[in-house]
Design a protein around this ligand. Structure first.
Ligand SMILES: [Zn+2]
Ligand SMILES: [Zn+2]
Length: 152
């Protein structure tokens, strides 16, 4: 008669099969799982391992949505770096031409305006990327540094 053991669902208090991983009444997860950090058995619904105190839910929740939008988030940092490099090349080229006196004043002026525009863009993209913690921190910083060097 006693067909298997039962346990009480910690969420709704109904009786469920002892092996059940999920309560059939309230659909909460109630089974056990091995802690990925220490290997001890913890509740499936546990957010923190009671043995090693590692956060359990958090890491899995954060990693999955992040992975899908990673390329998206890196876009700003990459743009900042590319703009920074363009700015730098433009600035070097302009400086060379100016040194060789190959530019009229008007050309030099518009050249500087262009460089200024690129500097602004790379700074904006780099700073937005950093401020929103979009990842690619190194790329953003490199873009910002290149832009700043170009100002000098
Ligand atoms: Zn339940
Ligand atoms: Zn653990």
């Amino acid at each position: 008669m006693s067909e298997g053991k039962t346990k009480t669902c910690p969420f709704c208090g109904e009786e469920v099969k002892f092996e059940a991983q999920k309560c059939k009444h309230c659909k909460e997860l109630i089974g056990d799982k091995a802690c990925p950090f220490c290997g001890e058995i913890v509740k499936v619904a546990a957010t923190k391992c009671k043995h090693c105190k590692s956060e359990l839910i958090k890491s899995s929740l954060i990693s999955s949505p992040k992975a899908t939008s990673d390329s998206n988030r890196l876009g700003f940092a990459i743009t900042a770096l590319v703009l920074g490099i363009l700015t730098f090349i433009l600035r070097i080229g302009l400086r060379e031409l100016a040194l060789e006196n190959q530019l009229t004043e008007v050309e030099a002026f518009w050249g500087l305006m262009q460089v200024g525009f690129f500097i602004l863009l790379s700074l904006v993209f780099g700073i937005i990327s950093l401020a929103q913690k979009r990842g690619g921190k190194g790329l953003s910083i490199a873009g910002i540094i290149l832009a700043i060097i170009s100002i000098l």
